[in-house]
Ligand binder design. Structure first.
Ligand SMILES: [Zn+2]
Length: 333
């Protein structure tokens, strides 16, 4: 199990990649008919024009939170909505996609939905989405923010496959005893190319073998949003333990959920970590687990503020906890 987690993590730690498939330049949507030709099962050694099938992406089952999860109903809905947002066919426009999402999820507030869908979509491509993790971004008895790490696989009209991972902020609300999508708050931000002149410090974080992160977080660093002190903190944490960053700023609520305070994430001074030492934080809520050891060490070393499943110095101290911080560590600069 640990090996599985580790390998998934290390796959995600690399930058977005693109690679050519043996497809033709003009793919048509294909159905099960592709399976009728025995020749399709032979090794793909040729890229000849005699190939009769077009590549398509495999469909992904709907997201289901793990049995050990907290606040499962909220996570299921937020995860499935984020997955649906990033799953579409080549013919789908941002407008028709938003329409389909409205019909399926009965979204309460659709302001900005088309624009956010357009930002995240690659026109003309097929896109298939898998939820890696749905983390709490905020919680109240009747409303919540889910920050969902979605791994996206795309197939372009010319048969080029590419991957991207986005953190989607989905707001949900309890209406007549049923959790409902209230709105899409973020689709993980616009993508940012890695700058040629990326600083040595920033490069050492994004390329660090002990740190994996969603592309949304990578884009924060590429854009220069993450402070130098925070980048230093990320390196320092990597010296203690390998870990996975779900969110820096893109995909995180701008204000601390249901308050007027601007989040430390919004000023490049915080990260949320959902996995430490190959184990999810939500499954590591016991003394001496990798998560506990990391949180305790950072606290003992004097960190200004750390959110975790524990409050090492009681209510109002540097170390704080609540129902939102059962599934991640909030680590500040
Ligand atoms: Zn946080």
């Amino acid at each position: 199990m640990l090996a599985g987690c580790s390998s998934a993590t290390s796959t995600a730690s690399g930058p977005s990649s693109t690679f050519q498939t043996a497809g033709r330049a003009d793919p048509q949507p294909t159905g099960p008919v592709a399976m009728t030709t025995p020749s399709t099962t032979t090794a793909p050694t040729t890229i000849g024009p005699t190939t009769t099938t077009e590549p398509t992406l495999a469909s992904v089952p709907p997201f289901e939170p793990a049995a050990s999860e907290v606040l499962k109903e909220r996570k299921r809905l937020g995860g499935q909505f984020a997955q649906a947002l990033l799953t579409y066919d080549p013919e789908t426009s941002a407008e028709s996609h938003a329409e389909g999402l409205r019909a399926r999820f009965g979204i309460l507030d659709n302001d900005g939905l088309v624009d956010l869908a357009a930002e995240a979509m690659a026109p003309g491509s097929q896109s298939a989405a898998t939820v890696r993790y749905a983390q709490m971004g905020g919680n109240r008895p009747t409303k919540a923010s889910l920050m969902v790490w979605v791994d996206v696989e795309r197939l372009s009209p010319t048969g080029v496959r590419s991957t991207e991972s986005r953190v989607v902020d989905v707001r949900v609300e309890l209406v007549d005893d049923a959790w409902t999508v209230s709105r899409l708050a973020s689709a993980g931000g616009p993508a940012v190319e890695r700058p040629e002149d990326l600083s040595e410090l920033a490069a050492s974080v994004v390329d660090h073998p002990q740190i994996s992160m969603a592309d949304s977080a990578r884009w924060d660093i590429y854009s220069g949003h993450t402070t130098l002190a925070m980048l230093e903190r990320m390196l320092e944490v990597a010296d203690l333990m390998d870990y996975s960053v779900l969110v820096l700023s893109r995909g995180h609520p701008y204000r601390v959920f249901a308050t007027e305070s601007v989040s430390r994430h919004s000023v490049g001074q915080a990260m949320d970590v959902y996995e430490v030492g190959g184990q999810r934080v939500v499954d590591s809520r016991f003394e001496d687990s990798p998560t506990w050891t990391l949180a305790r060490t950072l606290f003992d070393q004097g960190i200004r503020s750390i959110g975790s499943p524990w409050a090492f110095d009681g209510f109002g101290g540097r170390s704080f906890t609540d129902d939102v911080h059962q599934d991640h560590l909030h680590i500040t600069s």
